[in-house]
Design a protein around this ligand. Structure first.
Ligand SMILES: [Zn+2]
Length: 234
């Protein structure tokens, strides 16, 4: 199976679907992890350019834990909406190149616009990737890709319908996240919480609901052409 996961910022995928991606890798899937934005707003000390460089390195190391490719599409933090068309073009190119069996991304009603817009960009890109005359250096992709939406950040107003048991992958998820040192530091200052504790806490909450150890939840995109007749999640 070929999995394409598209987050907004360099650490969003680890937080919301890192266990599932690790499980996909364990079952032999090819995993591609993409961030639309470069993480340039996420630090108090480093300059925009410095923090973007650091976060590229950290995210690449995190993806390497599960043998995944990491691609940063380089939009600026807080300006993903302004760069909407560029985002659709870039994600469409990735879809044309990677040819995913399914995609994981943010839901449409997230806590910040960059996240919500990423969801819409990815949805539009799945259409753009199939259109012959849409601008791209790659030939069009011949299918509409099923999309699974990750849970909203911190599970706020989040009602998942698909569940992945990540009990055997929670340590890998945390190992992946541990490479995002600069962001973990900044979140302690800016938001006053420990992300590793938070990751465990939310995955364990869904785990309790599912009568197992640790779980990540998802919602299927229910639009024409996108409805799968089988489950792609592990
Ligand atoms: Zn984010």
């Amino acid at each position: 199976m070929n999995v394409l996961a598209v987050g907004c910022h360099p650490d969003d995928l680890e937080i919301n679907c890192g266990g599932t991606l690790a499980k996909c890798a364990r079952r032999g899937d090819k995993v591609t992890m993409v961030a639309l934005a470069n993480g340039s707003a996420g630090h108090k000390v480093y300059s925009k350019e410095e923090i973007a460089r650091i976060r590229l390195k950290e995210a690449t190391e995190s993806a390497a834990v599960i043998g995944a490719e990491y691609i940063c599409l380089g939009l600026d933090d807080m300006f993903v909406r302004r760069d909407y068309d560029e985002g659709v073009r870039k994600v469409s190119d990735v879809i044309r190149r990677v040819k995913p069996d399914f995609i994981i991304t943010h839901g449409e009603h997230e806590y910040m616009v960059d996240h919500s817009i990423t969801s819409t960009i990815v949805f539009d890109a799945t259409m753009a990737a199939t259109v012959s005359h849409y601008p791209s250096d790659y030939p069009e992709y011949d299918r509409f890709t099923p999309i699974y939406y990750m849970e909203n950040t911190f599970m706020v107003n989040s009602f998942p319908e698909e569940f992945v048991d990540i009990t055997d992958d929670i340590d890998t998820k945390i190992e992946m996240y541990s490479h995002h040192k600069s962001q973990a530091e900044w979140l302690k200052v800016h938001d006053n919480f420990d992300m590793v504790e938070t990751i465990r806490c939310f995955a364990r909450t869904r785990g309790l609901q599912c009568d197992t150890g640790y779980v990540e939840g998802f919602t299927l995109c229910k639009q024409i052409h996108h409805l799968p007749t089988k489950r792609y999640l592990p």
